[in-house]
Design a binder for this molecule. Structure first.
Ligand SMILES: [Zn+2]
Length: 219
């Protein structure tokens, strides 16, 4: 028989002191972490929280680096293709235009959204959120933008696009002479910087700084 809720040891705690594991839903008392400490779920081992130092400064540096890489990653050639005396430079943008011109407008729109528009919007949301914490202005807008960012996360699919490029390369290498472009290096760097940013920009610290619960959460 399950335990009555009233006699549960966590039943008397206020809700803001409780946390549920994202993976297995185990309810726990919220851990208090010192710098560079991590809290894991005792049941499934999922990393609940990590308290990192200088979150805002480090994340800002990474967001700016990603924004700088965004333009060459999308507009410099990913690869050069030499076939039967003809050569072509392929960029992410020329891929979108090419799809559109060959009558695949719907696919072109999806590729444009997932590989160009949404990744840029995500970066701009992150930039605005970090600036609102850093400059201590418009935190309510910061909260809204951070919510939007979490919805956009599922739709920016640079990794999928990158896998597509790799598959195309493996198939084309037998048919044509292929040389890799600077755009590919920028594209891979952009992917790595974004992964690094996900690690550094610890969500619970950003949420508590934005909601005003703990103004020094990101120090
Ligand atoms: Zn768990």
């Amino acid at each position: 028989m399950s335990e009555p809720v009233d006699s549960h040891p966590l039943a008397d705690l206020p809700l803001d002191q409780l946390v549920a594991c994202h993976e297995c839903d185990l309810l726990m008392r919220k851990p208090v972490l010192k710098l560079d400490e991590k809290a894991h779920c005792p049941r499934c081992g999922y990393e609940l929280y990590a308290h990192r130092h200088n979150v805002v400064q480090r994340s800002l540096a990474l967001v700016l680096a990603a924004l700088l890489l965004y333009i060459p990653a999308n507009f410099l050639p990913i690869m050069q293709l030499h076939l039967l005396g003809q050569s072509s430079n392929d960029t992410v943008w020329s891929g979108v235009v090419g799809l559109y011109n060959t009558g695949m407008a719907e696919v072109a729109v999806v590729v444009f959204l997932c590989s160009m528009a949404i990744p840029l919007l995500k970066l701009l949301c992150q930039l605005a959120v970090l600036l609102s914490i850093r400059l201590n202005i418009g935190r309510s807008y910061g909260l809204l933008l951070y919510r939007i960012y979490h919805h956009l996360r599922d739709w920016g699919m640079l990794e999928v696009y990158f896998m597509g490029v790799l598959v195309a390369m493996v198939k084309l290498v037998e048919l044509a002479e292929l040389s890799l472009g600077l755009g590919l290096a920028c594209f891979i760097s952009l992917l790595l910087v974004q992964v690094w940013l996900e690690v550094v920009m610890s969500p619970h610290q950003i949420w508590s700084a934005l909601s005003g619960e703990d103004l020094h959460a990101c120090d």
